[in-house]
Design a protein around this ligand. Structure first.
Ligand code: ARG
Length: 401
């Protein structure tokens, strides 16, 4: 029987050419799998037909947009995950869900190998292949751009020679990856890290310099997950989409960073994640009133480690699973409403309320009715400073000798 290879298919030039390229290089039949993670753009049926037109023996579209929002974006939100303090893991969290569907398709169609369109310089090859090794340890991996010398020029020449139903003249100077959680743009003119991004780079966000009137929004959460916007019930996917629209219109969530790739390269990336950044801001502010101080401090460290693991392709690892259990436990009381103003590139919280809040007005107030006994503070400070005071006494004693 002819060997079969499942290809992660985006509909773009590289993966379209990869179908025939893999076929010629290996003699295998190629099954194209496109996964809907809310990337928008062309209809998935158009993409499916193109795969068949490019020689795929089967083409399959997996609708994973709700699954992606529920099982990948929501854990990222609960962790307030920002890699290196900036990047909400847009591409990093989409790879594991794509891998899940690739492995499933490999089983259904009797494939022995999974292929993806990544280069040999980035993080995504690692995320795909580590994921496949974990979920389908018997499956092999192949990356035509990296392993079969499929360069851009060769891809264009191949598409023209074979008359493939794909545009080869439209030159996009950037490498773009997008889904409902955000959009990532790199390469080209951006590789000079002093160059400021031009307007044409952005798609999910409007220019924050000339914003429309301020937009006040109330987001309701239950156990760390958004459940309503302005009182209207939403699913996680709807919440992200609605905030992409409203925060995007105000230019919220533009990020311009040089980040550390797993492979040791520093690289410039422009991100747009209006919904994700608005949600993370609101969620963090709700945690501020509902999570106990020590748990909150520790959770910040856990969230940072969680972001590094996910960035580094360890989504399916035991440590990531253990950290998920911790984070999930912290979310029990993260319920309530956050009111925020979206305006001019910023999402600023201006009100919060929760039935499970730890904010105690009677303890906090400086007005009459204060229940806090201030006389307790003196003794507390005395003991709190004791250890440092003893050490400083020793410093003075030693210096005096
Ligand atoms: N640097 C980001 C990451 O590793 C995004 C990579 C996505 N690719 C792109 N073509 N911009 O997660």
């Amino acid at each position: 029987m002819t060997e079969r290879i499942v290809l992660a298919y985006s509909g773009g030039l590289d993966t379209s050419v990869a179908i025939g390229w893999i076929g010629e290089a290996t003699g295998a039949e190629v099954i194209a799998v496109a996964v809907d993670v809310g990337q928008g753009g062309e209809s998935l049926e158009t993409i499916r037909q193109r795969a068949l037109g490019c020689g795929a023996v089967e083409a399959y579209v997996a609708d994973a947009s709700d699954e992606f929002a529920d099982e990948y974006c929501m854990p990222t939100l609960k962790a307030n995950a920002l890699y290196q303090g900036h990047y909400p893991l847009v591409s990093a969290i989409s790879r594991p869900v794509i891998v899940k569907h690739l492995v499933k398709a490999a089983r259904e169609f009797g494939a022995t190998t999974v292929a993806h369109g990544c280069t040999g310089k980035g993080n995504d090859q690692v995320r795909f292949e580590v994921g496949i090794q974990t979920l389908g340890p018997d499956l092999k991996c192949i990356a035509p751009v990296r392993d079969l010398a499929l360069t851009r020029d060769k891809a264009i020449a191949f598409a023209e020679e074979k008359g493939l139903p794909i545009e080869t003249t439209k030159k996009n100077p950037y490498s773009i990856d997008q889904n409902v959680w955000g959009r990532a743009v790199e390469t080209g003119y951006l590789e000079d890290i002093w160059n400021s991004p031009t307007k044409d780079i952005y798609d999910y966000t409007a220019t924050p310099e000339f914003p429309p009137a301020p937009d006040e929004v109330t987001i309701s959460f239950e156990a760390g997950v958004p459940v309503a916007i302005d009182g209207i019930k939403v699913t996680p996917l709807q919440a992200i989409k609605e905030l992409n629209r409203r925060a995007g219109a105000q230019g919220v969530g533009r990020i311009d960073v040089v980040e550390d790739r797993l492979v040791g390269i520093k690289s410039r990336e422009i991100y747009e994640a209006p919904g994700a950044m608005a949600l993370i801001t609101a969620h963090k502010h709700l945690e501020d009133i509902t999570i106990e101080r020590e748990q909150a401090r520790f959770k910040a460290t856990v969230g940072q480690r969680w972001a590094e693991l996910v960035y580094d392709g360890q989504w399916f690892s035991p440590l990531k699973r253990s950290l998920d259990a911790f984070i999930e436990d912290t979310q029990k009381y993260v319920s309530g409403d956050i009111r925020m103003v979206l305006h001019g590139g910023q999402a600023i919280v201006n009100g919060r309320r929760s039935d499970t809040s730890l904010y105690d007005f009677d303890l906090a107030t400086y007005d009459t009715g204060d229940t806090f006994d201030q006389s307790m503070a003196r003794g507390f400070i005395e003991l709190w400073g004791m250890s440092a005071k003893v050490a400083s006494g020793r410093d003075i004693r030693v210096a005096g000798k």
